[in-house]
Design a protein around this ligand. Structure first.
Ligand code: HEM
Length: 308
């Protein structure tokens, strides 16, 4: 061997692993992310039909249903995200420092709306910041500092800050855009003019892409932000316990070429599945719903029955 110390994580308590402190928070957040994606997907296709004047009654109903789910889920996602961030501040403090670009601990910690973390100067360049806001979100007051890398790095290490920060901020920016746009659409719906807003329908045709991006960005923020740990340790009596560093988690049995080969192979399979999915989806969207669209403006007999 090359003298490197390899370690391996072993599960000693299955339920403690399944219900670790972050499980419920993360599960709920990912579920809501899936609801949002599903709802935006339905709205995208429905908005397309509405803009093209096809299957109008069907599209109005499915768009309204999708909008309801998207609005509730987007609002809930903000609450769930907040709860996640508090959980991260407790159990993975270096991840929060990377998400928010905190290099230096200050008396009161601000929240960046956007910025450009620079590891060399250890500052966030071109940052737009709400003073004291992160302290408030984490500790319910503006005066308690949120620790930065000057206090954390020696114990916890430092994840790649730029990627974690940008992925995290992208996810939140998309989440806030969803809240704003779904509430606006609900307001137009309440006034009875939703389906006249062609510009908003065009936005919803494409917004589904943002829902994909938000889910991926959240995942990148969570997984890049957990580095340099594969298994995140806990701090017990000032000592790190139970952690496994990514660098120590290398397999002795699997060689780098085999990992690369398997990534290429899986990449290919997923690419083929993606092509198949897009082809089938295109066929389904062009075909439209199976129920007869009587005259493009009236009710469907069978739909009407279903909603009576
Ligand atoms: C609206 C504001 C939002 C806030 C404050 C927020 C907050 C967070 C936080 C703190 C994490 C890290 C959790 C961890 O590392 O354990 C996270 C991860 C994640 N977020 Fe968000 N989020 C928001 C919006 C969204 C939206 C709109 C989506 C998708 C539509 C989304 C999808 C995800 C996903 C998929 C993860 C990764 C979860 C995991 O791997 O466990 N988030 N979010």
């Amino acid at each position: 061997m090359n003298g490197k110390v390899y370690q391996r994580a072993e599960i000693v308590d299955f339920w403690a692993m399944v219900f670790n402190p972050s499980t419920m928070d993360r599960l709920i957040h990912v579920w809501l992310g899936a609801f949002i994606l599903g709802a935006f997907f339905v709205m995208s296709i429905s908005a397309w039909y509405l803009l093209k004047g096809r299957h109008l009654e069907f599209a109005r109903r499915s768009f309204t249903g999708g909008l309801l789910l998207a609005t509730v889920s987007s609002l809930a996602q903000l609450l769930s995200g907040h709860s996640n961030a508090r959980m991260v501040s407790e159990y993975q403090p270096a991840k929060l420092a990377a998400m928010e670009g905190i290099y230096e601990t200050e008396n009161s910690t601000g929240l960046y709306i956007l910025g450009w973390p620079d590891d060399e100067s250890e500052t966030v360049k071109y940052g737009i910041e709400i003073p004291g806001m992160l302290s408030f979100l984490v500790h319910d007051n503006f005066k308690t500092p949120v620790p930065g890398f000057d206090q954390l790095e020696e114990t916890w290490g430092r994840p790649p800050v730029w990627i974690t920060f940008q992925a995290y901020h992208l996810m939140i920016a998309i989440g806030m855009t969803f809240i704003g746009s779904t509430l606006l659409a609900c307001w137009f719906w309440w006034r009875g003019t939703l389906f006249d807003q062609r510009w908003l329908l065009w936005y919803f045709v494409f917004a589904v892409i943002l829902a994909f991006v938000a889910n991926e960005a959240g995942w990148v923020a969570a997984e890049v932000g957990r580095q340099p740990w594969i298994v995140y340790p806990s701090l017990v009596n000032g000592e790190l316990t139970g952690g496994l560093r990514t660098s120590a988690g290398l397999s002795e049995a699997v060689r780098a070429e085999q990992v690369l080969g398997s990534i290429i192979f899986f990449g290919l399979i997923y690419f083929l599945l993606f092509v198949l999915w897009v082809t089938l989806l295109h066929q389904k969207i062009t075909h439209g719903p199976d129920i007869d669209d009587v005259d493009n403006s009236g009710e469907y007999p069978s739909m009407k029955k279903a909603f009576e």
